[in-house]
Design a protein around this ligand. Structure first.
Ligand code: AMP
Ligand code: GLY
Length: 421
């Protein structure tokens, strides 16, 4: 089989490695992929949002099955475009990807169908948002409606900070059109859990839970990033909570999307907060998380390609989705300065062991040499029988990945370890 994967980060590298385990796979094209992915797939310089070019490439190369991994191509209709050309593609159509593409849509959906989430108000006029903030409970959370590279959420500790966030989004336009509408919502507290789930629009099969580490610094200090590391499973996500999430959140969400005529097929990502009043949805993503995928897929024992195809053709109920009862930890190496400004172009070296355990997120190949080209550069994953050992191994193996100005958090998994004790 000839496969195509749209995207070019660590998540896509993990997806490609997992797909390659199926002996029927002859070739995988990555559009655009990256310098590290080139070791596992054939990279083609077509951008992830160049939907027409992606569809044309898929037709010319007689692709049997495609996977659209990042949010923007999904929201732009990549799955629709490929499907129209007769190429089956994993992921939601644009009318369902809106569950991530518009926070106003997802909040209204949860409200309408009684799915637990933070209380909220929506504004498309700045003056109304500012006067609402005169009396809103503090801290409060200001969110840009549209996609904003994971940066469109501001937790405001004061009224002034909340108003500044609203002005930045609605007046200065720091997130462009994405900020022309905002959601202002109740500040929730509790441990966060990421649950990725396969769905064919009829049944939902959650993957092993995970925990992201979004802040740039140790002990959850510093700026929000795309994620500096992950562990799976998440110890806060007990079987009782999982049951409750299935009944109160996962099944109602699938049913709500169907009722709206927006059947969701693909990977639905539930960003949950386990509040004192029960589990609530912080956000939906219409795709695999990054770097959650780098700990979840290595634990998958069933065949990823078969599962993905079953999501597309509606046979997920009969398809096995089984995970190893082990622990995984992924440690990200970033360019010093990320998520703000950083230098690029440094040579990357890896020991043979590190290369086997490492997914490449931001690197390019130049004359056969791998060079850093992004904020998050690599993610190194280890699997072990205990969380403690998985963490120790992930750090030990990631010592084998070297480049100038490399930066990593030193406490990935520590909070999870405390929770286990
Ligand atoms: P998001 O981009 O929606 O994942 O939000 C980024 C982060 O902001 C989340 O992972 C949470 O830690 C935090 N966050 C978002 N919404 C809330 C909320 N209503 N209450 C508390 N924290 C929140
Ligand atoms: N790691 C969070 C995300 O993929 O959105």
């Amino acid at each position: 089989m000839k496969l195509l994967v749209v995207g070019g980060g660590g998540r896509e590298h993990a997806i490609i490695r997992s797909l390659k385990k199926n002996p029927q796979v002859e070739i995988i094209y990555a559009l655009p992929g990256n310098g590290g992915i080139a070791a596992d797939a054939t990279c083609v310089p077509i951008g992830a949002t160049e939907i027409d070019k992606i569809a044309a490439f898929a037709v010319e190369n007689a692709i049997d099955y495609a996977v659209a991994a990042p949010d923007d191509p999904l929201v732009l209709g990549c799955v629709d475009a490929l499907t129209e050309k007769g190429i089956p593609c994993f992921g939601p159509r644009a009318n369902a990807a809106i569950i991530e593409g518009s926070k106003v849509f997802s909040k209204n959906l949860m409200h309408k169908y009684g799915i637990p989430t933070a209380e909220y108000a929506v504004f498309d006029q700045m003056d109304a948002a500012l006067s609402y903030l005169d009396t809103a409970p503090i801290p409060t959370v200001v969110k840009a409606d549209g996609l904003a590279l994971g940066k469109g959420v501001i937790i405001a500790e004061t009224r002034e900070a909340a108003k500044t966030a609203v002005r930045d989004m609605m007046e200065a336009g720091v997130f462009g059109k994405s900020g022309s509408r905002v959601v202002i919502e109740e500040f929730l507290t509790g441990p966060e859990v990421s649950v990725l789930a396969f769905t064919d629009g009829k049944v939902v099969k959650p993957m092993v839970s995970s925990m992201d580490h979004k802040r740039s610094g140790d002990n959850d200090t510093g700026l929000n990033t795309g994620g500096m590391g992950t562990v799976a499973p998440n110890p806060y996500y007990t079987p009782e909570i999982a049951d409750r999430c299935m009944k109160e959140i996962f099944l109602p969400t699938i049913a709500a999307m169907n009722a709206e005529g927006r059947t969701f097929q693909g990977c639905l990502y539930f960003g949950l907060m386990l509040t004192p009043n029960g589990p609530k949805v912080i956000e939906y993503n219409c795709r695999f998380g990054d770097p959650e995928t780098q700990v979840v897929l290595p634990l998958l024992e069933s065949d990823l390609l078969t599962i993905m195809q079953s999501c597309t053709n509606g046979t997920l109920a009969e398809t096995e989705v089984r995970f190893a009862h082990k622990h995984a930890c992924c440690v990200i190496l970033a360019s010093r300065g990320y998520p703000q400004s950083y230098q690029k172009g440094f040579p990357i070296t890896m020991t043979e062991e590190a290369a086997r355990h490492t997914y490449v997120a931001g690197a390019k190949l130049e004359n056969g040499q791998l060079l850093t080209s992004g904020g998050r550069v690599t993610g190194t994953t280890a699997i072990a029988g205990s969380l403690e050992e998985a963490i120790r191994e992930a750090y030990r193996i990631s010592d084998g990945v070297r480049f100038e100005n490399a930066y990593r958090r030193s406490d990935i998994g520590q909070r999870a370890l405390q929770a286990l004790k």
